[in-house]
Design a protein around this ligand. Structure first.
Ligand code: BGC
Length: 769
């Protein structure tokens, strides 16, 4: 392997001329699990890429891609489900910078993450690694994270492109999604990150998208990613995602990972020789691989170091920010932990054996690990601990049964404030498979029931990587604090929050449905016979729950803190949209004022949702289009202004295959969650009319709605005038005729004057060109 630091982008055109066909093919796959190929004779070094996303997983010894073998110690930050709950791009930048520093210090060129796949179902086994059910939120936060990581001179890999929303059958399932849903739900988070932060690499997913493997999908990898969004980097396969390698090269998949033991390199050579693969495609792929290698050289030459303690402190701060206070009756939290011995008791094995990250390829070997039990000991409090239930991965072997552990905890909790740590055992959430239900273990629920019956107050802390159902047991808790998977400092951060040293500031980035059957996507999740049909279309997450009018336990965007806020003074202004208005130009300005009405400082996250009452197309009742993050001192008020762009108000038109803005009423609602929207206003958007292209199969109503064709049709066919004029004629007849494709009118002899010639003449004048 060549020494690093000597290979530059300027050398690439010359090198490309000197490479043999075999060498070019070899550069398009890995040398092993984690390195790209070197070509020593031309001075091309290998670089290392490694997981990701919420910490570095650099395996120094035996390698695998499922996190089975140990890696070098690195800071384990909260996983993306928690990061997303911060709703804070500035914090994402700081986390990104720290991740980038560690990546660089370990001489790794690219950190494999973040993952911005949508949480179509709460059951997806990898939801802990994904941001949200909402593309706007996921895109904003991931773009900041990527910017932070890449500011350190190392790259990222935005994954898993695309439509990888389940683990069941992930290596072959064909995700069938309609065009509008793809554009409005499954692609925008990728688009935002690419257009705003230019990740060095994008990782294609394992699955098929509408019949074609993502790893050989020209539309995804070239047309959309590069031609439309202007992606300048390299596409790498998910580990083992390649099916037909030459087809992948032609489609835009540059680098296959890991090594395919020469098998696919030989196929590339063969395909070029046989004339089945244009060498220009291979050259483009090689060029992108070499550009990535060249880009990494500066950082590799000066890796620097990172401060383990400082990063741990950051992980702790971040973990206090990821937690979401779901419920806090009568100000149950925060607690005085310094009181008399036994006034507060801590219960639940998860307090001693923290669940702080998910299983699979993202598993980090933390530099330190804080448990809640340890954090309490460090504070010197007299809070006793009781395991309360058995946990397969428990750090301390305890032969007692669930019933015995529960009985002990219930005795200790009598008359005390009980802090119960409940959640999902590790086996429930992992890369590679999905959950089958939303429940926490029965032993946890039973413990809660019995403890809450005797305790003075009951506080539930939840440790899980994705939403769990709370509807059947939440009435037993005075407060519920959702901690997600809090990373290596999650234990101390939880105690900071419970004690009130920090105030919860997270907001839900995923809905907590009452039951699985309320979620429209579950009707076709996870599919069968190798296919999953996204039958619910746009209606995932809160979009679906709102559309069917389901009650939820806690809505998207919800989160309490130790103070309260008032939202007031909504002002909404619109600018006229013309042909010249750019996609990113502001069209609507939303102003409001937020006041901290409590007596301690806290974080407010005002959220702006947009609906389109009276729209001609199917819409979710409301969609998140903007948010702000502000910390306010007691009594402090601050003005917030958010802008909505033309694109924010547009939908994907499947006839034109482009974003269009429907003129008319826009309903703007602002508040503290998707279901707590105290401020609302309607505003008219003036924009060029959307005129449907007319054909023989356009309905009579569509012809009539056309500003020129409508009057022409009425003039041509006077005889039909009374029927076509809804004011004058028979309403039933009008409705009947209006719904008919116009081609049927002469065929069915509905009018002597309206002949096939009349239609031909109208089509000549107004028909689709
Ligand atoms: C995962 C990726 C990961 C890769 C390398 C795959 O199984 O899907 O997210 O980056 O392995 O470990």
């Amino acid at each position: 392997m060549t020494e690093t630091g000597t290979f530059a982008a300027a050398d690439i055109p010359r090198i490309l001329r000197e490479l043999t066909l075999e060498e070019k093919a070899s550069l398009c796959s890995g040398q092993d699990f984690w390195h790209t190929q070197a070509v020593d004779r031309l001075g091309i070094p290998a670089v290392m890429v490694t997981d990701g996303p919420h910490g570095l997983r650099k395996q120094a010894g035996a390698t695998d891609h499922l996190g089975l073998n140990a890696s070098v110690p690195a800071t384990c930050f909260p996983s993306a489900a928690g990061l997303a709950s911060t709703w804070d791009p500035q914090l994402m930048l700081r986390v990104g910078e720290a991740l980038g520093r560690e990546t660089r210090a370990n001489e790794v060129a690219v950190l494999l993450g973040p993952g911005v796949n949508m949480k179509r179902s709460p059951l997806c086994g990898r939801n802990f690694e994904y941001f949200s059910e909402d593309p706007h939120l996921a895109g904003e936060l991931a773009a900041a994270l990527v910017t932070g990581i890449q500011s350190q001179g190392v790259g990222t890999s935005l994954k898993h492109f695309a439509v990888n929303n389940q683990e069941t059958d992930r290596m072959r399932v064909d995700a069938r999604v309609d065009e509008r849903t793809l554009r409005e739900i499954y692609l925008p988070a990728f688009e935002t990150v690419i257009t705003r932060a230019q990740p060095w690499t994008v990782m294609c997913s394992y699955n098929k998208v509408n019949g074609t493997y993502a790893s050989q999908h020209p539309w995804l990898l070239t047309e959309v990613l590069r031609e439309e969004w202007g992606f300048e980097g390299l596409v790498v396969s998910d580990w083992g995602a390649v099916d037909d390698r030459p087809a992948g090269v032609a489609a835009g998949l540059d680098l296959e990972m890991p090594a395919s033991f020469g098998i696919n390199d030989a196929r590339i050579v063969e395909a070029v020789r046989a004339g089945d693969l244009d060498e220009a495609h291979l050259d483009a792929a090689v060029t992108r691989v070499l550009q990535m290698v060249a880009r990494a050289q500066a950082a590799l030459a000066e890796p620097g170091s990172f401060d383990v303690e400082q990063h741990h402190a950051l992980a702790r701060e971040v973990a206090t920010r990821t937690a979401v206070l779901l419920k806090n009756d009568d100000g149950a939290l925060p607690l005085d932990l310094e009181g008399a011995a036994g006034a507060v008791v801590l219960i639940g094995e998860l307090a001693r054996t923290p669940r702080y990250q998910g299983a699979g390829s993202s598993q980090v070997n933390p530099t330190r690990l804080d448990s809640m039990v340890g954090a309490l000991a460090e504070r010197g409090t007299a809070v006793p601990f009781f395991p309360g239930y058995r946990l397969a991965e428990a750090e301390v072997a305890d032969p007692r049964s669930d019933a015995e552990l529960r009985a002990e905890a219930v005795t200790a909790a009598r008359g005390a404030t009980a802090v119960l740590v409940l959640g999902l055992p590790a086996i429930d959430e992992s890369e590679g498979y999905d959950r089958t239900h939303l429940d926490i273990p029965a032993s946890h629920v039973e413990l809660l029931r019995e403890v809450s019956a005797v305790a003075e107050r009951t506080i539930v802390l939840l440790a899980n990587g994705a939403a769990v159902a709370v509807a059947d047991w939440e009435q037993h808790a005075d407060a519920i604090l959702e901690l997600w998977l809090g990373g290596q400092a999650g234990g101390s951060a939880a105690i900071d929050l419970v004690a009130g040293d920090a105030a919860p500031s997270g907001r839900l980035a995923e809905s907590i449905a009452r039951r699985l059957t309320d979620i429209p996507a579950q009707l076709s999740f996870p599919g069968e016979n190798g296919t999953v049909r996204y039958g619910e279309g746009l209606f995932i997450g809160y979009r679906g729950l709102d559309a069917v009018g389901a009650d939820v336990s806690y809505p998207f965007g919800h989160g309490l803190t130790y103070t309260s806020f008032e939202y007031a003074g909504l002002a909404v202004e619109a600018t006229e949209v013309t042909e010249q208005t750019g996609a990113r130009d502001a069209v609507v300005r939303v102003g409001l004022e937020v006041t901290n009405t409590g007596d301690r400082s806290g974080v407010a996250v005002p959220q702006v949702y947009v609906g389109r009452p009276g729209s001609a197309i199917a819409r979710a009742p409301r969609e998140l289009r903007g948010f702000a993050w502000l910390e306010l001192a007691p009594g402090e008020s601050r003005a917030v202004e958010l802008t909505l762009t033309r694109r924010d108000l547009s939908h994907w038109d499947v006839r034109r295959h482009e974003w269009v803005l429907e003129p008319g009423t826009v309903a703007v609602a602002v508040g503290a969650s998707s279901r707590d929207l105290p401020l609302s206003a309607e505003i008219e958007i003036v924009a060029p009319a959307l005129v449907a292209p007319l054909t023989a199969y356009s309905t009579v109503a569509e012809w009539l709605a056309h500003p020129e064709a409508g009057p022409a049709l009425m003039a041509e066919v006077e005889e039909l005038g009374t029927i076509l004029d809804p004011a004058a004629g028979d309403a039933a007849m009008h409705a009947f005729l209006a719904a008919m494709p116009i081609v049927k009118v002469p065929m069915m002899g509905l009018s002597r004057a309206f002949t096939t010639e009349t239609l031909a003449a109208l089509l000549q004048r107004f028909g689709e060109r």
